[in-house]
Design a protein around this ligand. Sequence first.
Ligand code: NZQ
Ligand code: ZN
Length: 380
Amino acid sequence: MNNFSFQNPTKLIMGRGTIAELGKEIPAGKKVMITFGGGSVKKNGVYDQVKAALKDFRTVEFWGIEPNPAIETLRKAIALGKEEKVDFLLAVGGGSVIDGTKLISAGLLYEGDAWDLVKKGSSALTVPLATVLTLPATGSEMNNGAVISCHETKEKYPFYANFPVFSILDPQVTFTLPAHQIACGIADTFVHVIEQYLTKTGESRLMDRWAESILQTLVEIAPKIRENKEDYQLMADFMMSATMALNGFIAMGVSQDWSTHMIGHELTALAGLTHGHTLAIVLPGTMQVLRKEKGDKIIQMGERVFGVTEGTHDERIDETIRRTEAFFRSLGLTTRLGEEHIGMEIVDEIERRFTERDVHFGEDGLVDGKTAKEILMKVL
Ligand code: NZQ
Ligand code: ZN
């Protein structure tokens, strides 16, 4: 186990009808900017619940934070928040609305252009923010990360700021999610666990088993959710899996490898593919190319998550990769670039960008531009 320090200050409020508790959680007297996406919350009653719970607060609304939140939109929210002198932010939506609001919370206290903060990678100075989560996937409701895009330059970068003060998770609000968003959310959750697990063996028995328990849960509930996405207990397990996958709990003292995500961000920035979907395509390629370095852990995963116990070392690795891809396909996602009409032009551009940025992702720093290209070539 490696040295680590751990702190997660977010209060989780989970269950039926919990949006009504909003008014108790936000300090009295705050002027709250509520941020939304494109309008799903108006159709499923979440908006009405939020407004009713905040009836005693002064509020300002900002609408239109799009999937893969763009700096172009967030600049407008920051300008509005400064003008209205808001001192509390409430993000109501999926990861995109929450991530965008994290940048707004830093941008409100920054004089210059908020894109500077994204390029810097982090900001310590922020206005407090809380969330009402409507889409289980990113873990943004209980971590301090955000991923911000720039349409003008087709770039997408991680940015670190504040943990939400509290997050409200009512599984009932997920019943209106489109099947594709559920598939992408499950794939995203699965790969978050993988990026903190599929590295080296023997670093922590406990972290390994926590990680495997989330993977096992996803494999068990995914086909059932496809049959009935309005099953409260299933969606509650999905929601908790997504939160636990990326709130720091399974990362204590173990190596991490975020290369699949970093390649995935480029596919979104350059080709517009939904985040979770990019990961379903890239991960089998990452496992293939790094099969020597990750082999022992792939075998452990195969045995404990998919029950793969037969065959030689290489056969078990192959079978685990095959089962991983089959799991993504069982969600209804494609797993090849060609199926999404993405060809060599984009693969070459990702290699070029990574080489220019001199990146070395992965637990051993092995994923640079050349390796990223190799990974993508495996999933053409
Ligand atoms: O915009 P609205 O109308 O609300 O519709 C959204 C959006 O179109 C819809 N939706 C959300 N909840 C719904 C719903 N539709 C019906 N019923 C509901 N209950 O779903 C669509 C997608 O929403 P989005 O927020 O974009 O999805 P997600 O939560 O997957 O977030 C993706 C973003 O998060 C980033 C991704 O890169 C991407 O930009 N990530 C953030 C991370 C973090 N902060 O730690 C980590 C992740 O790895 C990820 O990179
Ligand atoms: Zn992700």
